[in-house]
Design a protein around this ligand. Structure first.
Ligand code: ADP
Length: 229
C-alpha cells in the first residue's frame, strides 16, 4: 500500500456553542507527496494538522498513518508513534532557549532509546543536511530566524520520520529566508520525505504539486495526488 495517511470523516469541535473546527474531513496522502493545505485564517487548518500529527484527538472519524489507526491508541502508544513517524515544524520554531543547536536537534531523539553520543552524532549529520554544520554550538538567540527554522527542521527530521508536518514554516521569516526554507523542504521531499505544509503564501502553495483548500472546517477543493499508485 502506497498510502501513508488516510483521514476519514474527521470531526473536532471546540466550546459551547460548538465551533466545528474540523467538520468531516477526508483525504489521503501517498508516500513522497508534498501537499499544501491552504485556506483563510480560522478555517481549521491547524486543527486538522494537529489531528493528523496526533497532538489532538478527533471527536469522531479516523486517522490512519502507515496503516495504523492512531485514533484508537492510548497516550503512551501515541507518544511512540509521534516519535517514530512524525516530525513537526512550527511557525514559532519552538527551540529550547539556552541550548545549542546540536542539543536542540539531539533532543528530537530523546524518546528513541538512543545513547547520548549517538544522538549527538545523528544531530550533527542532520544539521549538516540543512546547511548548518558550522553553527552546531550556537544557541537560538545567536541565530537568525532562517537559521532557527533550519534547526527546527533538522530536529523534526533527525529521527527520519515518515511524515513531516509544517505549520506556516515561513510565517515568521523575511521573504529571502522563507524562500531558502522552501528550497530546503523541496530538497528533503526530492530525497523522499512526505511533507504536508500549511501556508498562507499563495505563491508557495501554487508551486507545490498538490493543494488542498479548507474552508469552515471542510475540504472545498483538492487538486489531487500526482503520485502514481
Ligand atoms: P486556522 O489554522 O485555519 O487558522 P484553526 O484550526 O486554528 O484555524 O481554528 C479553527 C477554528 O477553531 C477557529 O474558529 C478557532 O477559533 C477555533 N479553535 C481552534 N483551536 C481552538 C481551541 N483550542 N479552543 C477553542 N477554539 C479553538
Amino acid at each position: 500500500m502506497n498510502s501513508l495517511l488516510e483521514v476519514h470523516e474527521v470531526r473536532r469541535s471546540y466550546g459551547s456553542p460548538p465551533v466545528n473546527a474540523c467538520d468531516g474531513v477526508s483525504l489521503s496522502v501517498s508516500r513522497g507527496e508534498f501537499v499544501a493545505i491552504v485556506g483563510p485564517s480560522g478555517s481549521g487548518k491547524s486543527t486538522l494538522l494537529n489531528l493528523i500529527g496526533t497532538l489532538d484527538r478527533p471527536d469522531s472519524g479516523s486517522v490512519m498513518i502507515d496503516g495504523m489507526d492512531v485514533s484508537s491508541l492510548n497516550d503512551a502508544e501515541l507518544s511512540g508513534v509521534r516519535a517514530s513517524l512524525i516530525g513537526f515544524v512550527f511557525q514559532q520554531f519552538h527551540l529550547s532557549p539556552g541550548v545549542s543547536a546540536l542539543d536542540n536537534v539531539a533532543d528530537g531523539l530523546l524518546y528513541r532509546g538512543i545513547p547520548r553520543a549517538q544522538r549527538r552524532e545523528k544531530a550533527r549529520e542532520a544539521l549538516e543536511k540543512v546547511g548548518l554544520g558550522h553553527r552546531i554550538e550556537h544557541r537560538p538567540h545567536q541565530m537568525s530566524g532562517g537559521e532557527r527554522q533550519r534547526v527546527a527542521i533538522a530536529r523534526a527530521l533527525v529521527g527520519e520520520p515518515a511524515l513531516l508536518l509544517a505549520d506556516e514554516p515561513t510565517g515568521n521569516l523575511d521573504s529571502r529566508s522563507g524562500d531558502a526554507i522552501v528550497s530546503l523542504l523541496r530538497e528533503l521531499n526530492d530525497a523522499g520525505t512526505t511533507i504536508i505544509v500549511i501556508t498562507h503564501d499563495n505563491d508557495l502553495a501554487a508551486s507545490l504539486p498538490r493543494q488542498i483548500m479548507i474552508r469552515d472546517g471542510r475540504v472545498v477543493s483538492d487538486s489531487g495526488s500526482e503520485v502514481i499508485l
